[in-house]
Structure formats: C-alpha cells, structure tokens
Design a protein around this ligand. Structure first.
Ligand SMILES: [Zn+2]
Length: 399
C-alpha cells in the first residue's frame, strides 16, 4: 500500500505579538525600519508605534538610525529605528555534563565573548560560585551593562521557580540554580532547558522564523527535545515535556542509568562515542571535540561512528516527525554541523521511516548556531524574556 503523506497545505496563522515586545521583535526581524513601515508590519496605528518606539528608545533597547535614513526622509515617521546593541548585554551560563560555558551576548543574540571550562566540582554551590566568578571577569572587560543572566542546561528544568528538578548525568536533584546564581552575581537570573531555549533562539535569531511549528532535538551528552507552536514552547505539567532520553533504540545494548538497555540518550551520547573511540585508539583522551576533529580530518573509524549515530538519530527523528508533524525539526548536533554525510544519513532515515514527512531536506535542518549553540541557548533564556516584556525586563523586571 502506498503511504499517504502530508500535503503542503498552508499552515495556520502565527500568534500576533503586540505591545512593546511585538515592536522590538519586528525590528529585530525586519529592521532597521521606518516607524511608518513598522506600524504596517506590527498592524498597529502609527501613533501607537511612535509612542512605543519612544519608550523603547528611552529604555535603551531601540535607537534612531539617521545614518540609514533615505535622503528625502524627513521627520519621525520616516526615521529608521534599529535594535540598540550598544547599551546592554545578556549574561549566559550553560551547564553541561563535563564542562560549563559562560558568555556575554548582545541584544541581537550574537556571542561577544565566551569561556568554557571543565567542572572543578559538580557541587551546585561550588559550580555556581566558579561560574559567577568567570561571568564577573567577562563583565569587567565589557562597557555595556548586563540586563541579567540566562541559565540553560539539559535534563528536567522548571523555569517557573528557576530550579533543576533532575539532571541525573550531573547527579543533581532539586537544585535552585536561579536563586544560587542570583545570590552570587546580584543580577536577575532566568533558567530553562537548553532545547526550549534553542527553540526560542531559532525564532528570534536563527533561520526557523517562518515555521509555525518547530521541534528542537539536542544531541550531546544529554539528549532532549522541545516543541513550539506559533512561537510558544510547550512545557506541560511540571515542565516535563521533551524527554526523549529513554526512547528504545533497536539493536542497541548500551546499559542506561535507568536500569534498561538501549535507551536513545546513552546509545548516541557523546560519552558513549568517545568511550568507543578511546578504546579504538582514535582519540588519546576522553574529549569529544577531539573525536569531532578526527572525523573532520577523515579518520574512517570516527566518520563511521558519527554516521552510525546519525542513522539512529534519523530513526528517532522520523518518530518525532510522525508524532508531532512540525514544519521544521532542528538538530543541535555537533556531528550534523561538522561531519560531512551525517545530515544526509538523517534525511535518508526520515525518507524511509516517516509516514508524515514529505520533504526531509527542507523539514530537518541543522541548528543556526554551530559552535556557539550552548552560549546562544543560555543567553536566549534571558533575551527571550526581554523580547516578551522589554520594558519590564529592562527596568530590572521579575523572573
Ligand atoms: Zn534509560
């Protein structure tokens, strides 16, 4: 029987964003823009746009760009406004399994500076004190003012109270990471899961802008997912949505900490691949970037490891596409970004195994953020709040 596939019907309209957040997002996406054009883009009256632009300029989030005005453009409605990237920065902390990354981003989500180090301790208070110290050093070398810090990590995160509910690979349970860091650094702190943050990052700063539904799949040591419709990320009861770590993988005998074997996360995780590469003498130390480098340099064993992993990732992607039928599925996976052939393996598996996806190449794409994925994820936890409630956040708003 021939499979029925989704036809390319136009997707439903996106949620219209209004107010200062909508104005700021429109300028981010389409700017610099004359206020008269901005009024049309946002669908509000020119008078309302002029008032909101004035508030955003006053808050230091927008600036007038006379250097970009057309020669005959006279008067306020025609003076372009752009995101003001000169006044504020966002702090970022990503907590990975072997290391943490601190960074500063500008208001366009560009990583200005970044510092990644192996954990000296995974005790939450020690790790946060070390991260705060490193962030303070980055801020001391920066003229712009920090609006706050975004924290992202894998595992199960409750954004409402800034708490990591469970991160088994680091051994954390119920860690109030937001309060700990805010206490150390004296700035507002927001916390979320890295896949959810990357979903927002693609909408704000990446290429996923014209998709009304997006799945983000993160493949690292943690393997997790997020799902957003019309720019709204789904959290579900207890913020538990997106757990794909323990999906069963056919043919895998890797033992998982959950007590079963062949779970998706442990089968494709960076630690598992590095262990196999170390045993084969392809890398000299348990350091995942060395394995990526070996594959980029053409080591047949390393390339084969990544291609084999991509086939397994592709099967899981096919399942997610059938379950959620998104316009885009975005892969945050170092191999897909750096190792030739990996994305093609994923596409082939989708073509062979998905019932819903008619166009694997345009549906399943690599992350926009490449080597800065972790910093962008963390910074976006803060910047997403800014683009939702710009005036509240810039006035030292609430979590
Ligand atoms: Zn498991």
């Amino acid at each position: 029987m021939e499979r029925l596939r989704r036809t390319d019907v136009p997707s439903a309209g996106r949620r219209v964003r209004t107010g200062p957040g909508g104005v700021l997002r429109a300028v981010l996406r389409h700017g610099p823009l004359a206020r008269s054009t901005l009024a049309r883009v946002v669908g509000q009256s020119p008078a309302s746009i002029t008032g909101q632009s004035a508030e955003l300029i006053e808050a230091g989030l927008l600036r007038e760009a006379p250097e970009l005005a057309a020669p005959k453009a006279v008067g306020r409605p025609h003076m372009p406004v752009d995101i003001d990237t000169g006044r504020f920065v966002a702090g970022a902390l990503h907590i990975g399994v072997p290391y943490s990354t601190v960074a500063l981003l500008d208001l366009r989500g560009r990583v200005l500076t970044e510092d990644r180090r192996d954990h000296r301790s995974t005790d939450p208070a020690d790790l946060v004190a070390d991260a705060a110290d490193r962030l303070r050093k980055l801020l001391a070398a920066e003229d712009r003012v920090p609006l706050g810090v975004g924290v992202a990590t894998g595992g199960w995160v409750d954004q409402d109270d800034g708490r990591i509910i469970e991160h088994p690979l680091i051994g954390w349970r119920g860690v109030p990471i937001g309060d700990l860091l805010a206490g150390e650094i004296g700035l507002p702190v927001w916390v979320d899961g890295h896949s959810r943050a990357l979903t927002s990052a693609e909408e704000l700063f990446g290429q996923g802008l014209d998709a009304s539904s997006v799945v983000q799949l993160f493949i690292g040591n943690v393997v997790d997912a997020a799902f957003a419709v019309d720019g709204v990320v789904h959290y579900g009861p207890r913020s538990a949505a997106g757990g794909v770590a323990h999906l069963p993988v056919a043919g895998s005998g890797e033992p998982c900490f959950c007590g079963r074997t062949g779970c998706f996360q442990v089968t494709v995780s960076e630690a598992t691949l590095v262990r196999r590469a170390l045993a084969a003498g392809v890398v000299g130390r348990p350091h995942f970037p060395d394995l990526v480098r070996a594959a980029m340099d053409g080591s047949p064993f390393a390339v084969e490891l990544f291609h084999e992993r991509s086939i397994r990732v592709g099967r899981a992607v096919a399942t997610l596409l059938d379950l959620l039928n998104p316009d885009r599925l975005i892969l945050a996976d170092a191999a897909v970004v750096h190792v030739p052939g990996c994305l093609e393996h994923v596409h082939r598996q989708v073509r062979e195994h998905s019932f819903a996806c008619a166009h694997p190449e345009s549906t399943v794409i690599a992350t926009s953020f490449r080597e800065h994925t972790l910093s962008v994820a963390a910074g976006t936890v803060m910047l997403h709040r800014l683009y939702t409630d710009p005036l509240g956040v810039s006035r030292g708003g609430s979590r």
